[in-house]
Ligand binder design. Structure first.
Ligand SMILES: *Cc1c(COP(=O)(O)O)cnc(C)c1O
Length: 219
């Protein structure tokens, strides 16, 4: 099937309130053009330099999301234009994004990556690390970032019940963080990024507001 047909098929299963991030990492620019021509405007990449060069080549009405793990020394390549960073898994990274955002006169939207999967390779804040940080004054001092929600990945497994449980857990954490830390008038904690090609339908059923789909669009 063509990219356009893949997108139509996926879109048919995505309710209007859920954002589709077209995960175009490692894909050549022609394939991004095909998705663009099919009407897609939100793209996700996992390497800062690749993201930067695709941003430079493609139309400026595209929203660019950074979804992969991000090294602090590479934040500068994407800070001038990135729309959402999904993969914020440490205070150090959050501080670097803040610093680079302020240099560009921007406020950058970010998601906190939370770890729920079984595999130890997946990134994310662990245990009390996140709540103790969010309780701190240091967190409130960051004026260059706006925390918009949570991102997570389920385990890579055929056990759909396990995947469902993990997405449910992510949703509970999202709701709990919102209640505890993001109830102010200035807060906009509204994004739960979960679900990829193999599991986005389960993620949507469990309350996802943003799915990141790559291989079933582009491959
Ligand atoms: C690659 C990637 C995706 C897309 O995965 P597919 O299985 O190709 O849909 C989603 N999220 C993250 C963080 C990724 O790195």
């Amino acid at each position: 099937m063509s990219i356009k047909q893949n997108i139509e098929k996926i879109r048919a299963d995505i309710p209007s309130g859920v954002t589709l991030v077209n995960v175009s990492k490692t894909q050549p620019i022609e394939k991004l053009w095909s998705a663009y021509e099919a009407g897609e405007r939100v793209f996700g990449e996992s390497r800062p330099r690749e993201l930067e060069s695709k941003y430079n080549e493609l139309p400026k009405d595209i929203e660019w999301h950074m979804i992969g793990s991000l090294q602090t020394n590479k934040v500068k390549y994407i800070a001038p234009f990135v729309n959402l960073i999904h993969s914020v898994d440490s205070e150090r990274l959050l501080e670097m994004i803040n610093r680079e955002a302020l240099k560009c006169g921007r406020v950058i939207d970010v998601l906190l990556e939370i770890f729920v999967a079984q595999e130890s390779t997946k990134h994310g804040w662990k245990g009390d690390e996140l709540t103790s940080y969010l309780s701190s004054q240091r967190c409130r001092d960051l004026k260059g970032v706006r925390i918009r929600g949570v991102m997570g990945m389920a385990s890579f497994t055929d056990d759909r019940e396990q995947v469902r449980r993990e997405f449910k857990e992510l949703n509970s954490e999202f709701v709990a963080l919102k209640e505890r830390f993001f109830r102010g008038d200035d807060d906009k904690f509204d994004t739960l990024s979960m679900g990829m090609s193999g599991d986005f339908r389960i993620a949507i059923e469990q309350g996802s507001t943003m799915v990141r789909v790559g291989s079933s669009i582009f491959n």
